[in-house]
Design a protein around this ligand. Sequence first.
Ligand code: SF4
Length: 186
Amino acid sequence: MEEIILISYLNDFIYCPASIYFHKLYGSMEPTLYQRDYQINGKDAHKTIDEKKYSTSSNVLQGIDVYSEEFQILGKIDTFDINKGILTERKNIVTKIYDGYVFQLYAQYFALKEMGYEVKKIRIHSLKDNKNYNIDLPEKNVEMRDKFLKLIKDMHEFSFDNFEQTNKKKCEQCIYEPSCDRSLLC
Ligand code: SF4
């Protein structure tokens, strides 16, 4: 059986598949011990959701677990307005729409659909400047949908033993570099 993929690992995998190993390793540690400021701020963006403070409306799902059997992916959503069909993922500050942001929403979207919800709109919300960025649904952006499907396939087929990093710049900016035996800075 294929291993279940956590939605929160999609971005890590795009950056460097090896970083997922360290993400798992440091997952239970106090974040300030190893994370950079921007990552801690990003986590703060999710704090109110994790503590379920964002909305008390019963029409808004918040911080719930979602699962897709088709893709074998599991994770949490930020908010989903059932009546409006709007799925929102909040970020602390959005300066660019990275593919990882889009794929995270796609994963949540497919999982919600499998769970029987009608998702009409997906978007990213930038908290600091209070801006919304609408994202095309996967059906409307075939190129991104295909990239998402390839990412999920690559993750399911990934072998750590055969992995070699080829981009030195990534290692130079990587928070896990001091512990990583695949680093190109060694
Ligand atoms: S140091 Fe380089 S190879 Fe290791 S996890 Fe970071 S980016 Fe990947």
